[in-house]
Design a protein. Structure first.
Length: 104
């Protein structure tokens, strides 16, 4: 993240414009517990709507892969984890997420 391009308060400004022009019932968003507390959503009127359990992704040569794109092939014996580790991938776990909801 380059601080020269950070615009403080932009998320609330975007949401204000959205609320003026879009007739919505609710907005759902998520905050990543590795990076954020979700306080920005609270300040904007969102309420915590639930927790999303910890999840993982795969990394190889500095490139990140979502687990849904790394399913083991049909008929392969052994686990997805064993297969990917043998192929040189590393399994990385996150800290979960928080689900936030804003109701009109």
């Amino acid at each position: 993240m380059d601080p020269r391009y950070m615009v403080y308060g932009i998320w609330s400004k975007i949401m204000d414009i959205f609320a003026r022009f879009v007739d919505f019932r609710s907005v759902i968003t998520f905050s990543d517990n590795r990076l954020f507390t979700g306080l920005v959503y609270e300040k904007m009127g969102f309420h915590m709507d639930g927790d999303v359990k910890c999840d993982y992704y795969w990394v190889k040569n500095g490139k990140r892969f979502n687990k849904s794109s790394m399913r083991k092939p049909k008929g392969h014996m052994g686990t997805e984890r064993d297969l990917r580790l043998s192929q040189g991938y590393r399994q990385i776990w996150d800290y979960g997420k928080i689900r936030w909801k804003l109701t009109a």
